[in-house]
Design a protein around this ligand. Sequence first.
Ligand code: MD5
Ligand code: FE
Length: 203
Amino acid sequence: GGVALGPQSVVLRGFALPRVEALLAGVDAVTARSPFRHMETPGGYIMSVALTNCGALGWTSDARGYRYTRQDPLSGQPWPDMPDAFVELARAAADEAGFPGFAPDACLVNRYAPGSRLSLHQDRNERDYSAPIVSVSLGMPAVFLFGGDARGDRASRTPLFHGDVVVWGGADRLRYHGVLPLKDLPHPRLGSARINFTIRKAG
Ligand code: MD5
Ligand code: FE
């Protein structure tokens, strides 16, 4: 049960709602050890989205490029463990979308403020593109841009709301995507913030 976003991606509206408090407790546990930070891109820009990670592997961007690392470069320590609530939700969503046996080892946690955006990009630093990516949206709504296999392909726009979960797999896994600048529509639980986390198999 869900709405197709592409041939192999599905939106599960409200799928995370029953577990929001456990998920937010997980975000707090992660950010207590590895706080949100604004990373630099290889092109010299500072990302408007603040980011951290949990799980064995964490995604990092700096002047040298994009990559997954085992340690948080801020602390020199391993990234925080992935909270059980994240893994359980991701497995349930992947099952629902037809990707049984999902075994994630990485999770990027993004925090958007009003005006934050994510320009069109592909996620291609993971080793195995056959594993799905599970994305959870909390807090303020966002407009998600879903393009094609080339940067110039026209992109559809889909709103993502508090509690929505998206599973991307197979042929859709390498499509260009992004998020439009966030409007300030304060959310009753999270205020003027959107938190999105994407649970992945990176290694
Ligand atoms: C977000 N985050 O709303 C989005 C949702 C990111 C990112 O894009 O890289 O952290 S996840 C959307 C996504 C992830 C991976 C693959 C695809 C979409 N896709 O193949 O379209 O903050
Ligand atoms: Fe992405």
